[in-house]
Design a protein around this ligand. Sequence first.
Ligand SMILES: CC(C)(COP(=O)(O)OP(=O)(O)OC[C@H]1O[C@@H](n2cnc3c(N)ncnc32)[C@H](O)[C@@H]1OP(=O)(O)O)[C@@H](O)C(=O)NCCC(=O)NCCS
Length: 370
Amino acid sequence: MVDKGLKGVIAAETELSFIDGDQGILLYRGYEAKQLAVRYSFEEVAYLLWCGSLPTPAELTAFKAKWVRYRQLPEPVIHCLKQIPSDMDLMSQLRTAVSSLGMKPFEGTPQADHAIAITAMMPALIANLYRAQSGQPLMTSIPANESLNHAAHYLYMLTGELPSDVHVNALEAYMILTMEHGLNASTFTARVIASTESDIVSALTGAIGAMKGPLHGGAPSAVTDMLEAIGAPERVEPWLREQLEQRRRLMGFGHRIYRTKDPRAEALKQRIGLMESHDPWLNLALLVEDTAVRLLAEYKPGRELYTNVEFYAAAIMRAIGMPSELFTPTFTATRTVGWTAHILEQAGDNVIYRPEAKYVGPRHSSVNVS
Ligand SMILES: CC(C)(COP(=O)(O)OP(=O)(O)OC[C@H]1O[C@@H](n2cnc3c(N)ncnc32)[C@H](O)[C@@H]1OP(=O)(O)O)[C@@H](O)C(=O)NCCC(=O)NCCS
């Protein structure tokens, strides 16, 4: 018997995250991710994943100063950005742009800093690709503004304006909660490439290729499409019932691993509670969630279908004005922390991945060439 998709197969030991799908628990290095998302910044949680413990105040100050310095894109990368065809989709462009980092891999940058350098550059890469696609001027001179944290810097690079605290906090919570999630397809890809002792840029380029697939990184925009199709509170129940009668899936519900509430969705919902409650979009999302969970229990009894992280990610992204074509690139920027942490962990105790395939084709006794 082959475990297709390696479902249930343990392929690595990790100290980075622990997931209990039955209990709805997600830990980063032993700490609950949902608590980290409320109490700590993106930079602090990235430090935790990369370095193994939360930073002291002095460590954090030095770390943040370094992070801000690495935001500036190297000149060869800017040159490459300008050459990328604008008719490629954003994820393909991002994969190409990240690959271009390998042309001059961080000259003078200590190897231990490669993870922070790439993560710090991601907002400028994504924002400039988006700017080029939407006919806006590139922002190649990146402000070394230490008062802008990673999430704020990302929004600033996209809009050219200082974002509100409400938007920054909501995006930051999303970014922390989606930073790392075990051995998913893209993380596994990154570890496999790292296991060949290839470089970090190659491992990340492969991970982005995996993330690009609709079965992995593409769900939040499907949720916004659903919320847009519903449109108004009075249409929520009839619309959802109609989908379930037609045996269609409700986007943003159910999860391969979580058989109870996805802890990340719970934490994002709390964050939404802190946003303007009069926002009709968020109110619609809350109503859709309540109704969908009730109807899923009615139509699919015993299947334990609850809201997943993509549902509230979509609601938050839409509420902060993030264009839907940036949902997956934003997830990519965030997951870069998890990928790089796994790449470093793999390098620390490396054995090249070499599973086996079971041959199920024919065996011919001779080759007949006529
Ligand atoms: C995420 C997902 C693929 C997980 O699938 P899974 O755990 O393998 O569950 P299955 O596909 O085996 O589904 C089990 C049952 O629940 C139903 N189901 C699962 N998710 C459902 C959903 N979102 N809406 C309606 N029914 C759903 C299936 O139809 C199936 O019903 P059946 O037993 O009557 O055939 C699935 O829940 C899904 O497609 N969700 C919608 C897409 C989405 O939100 N993706 C983002 C994931 S983070």
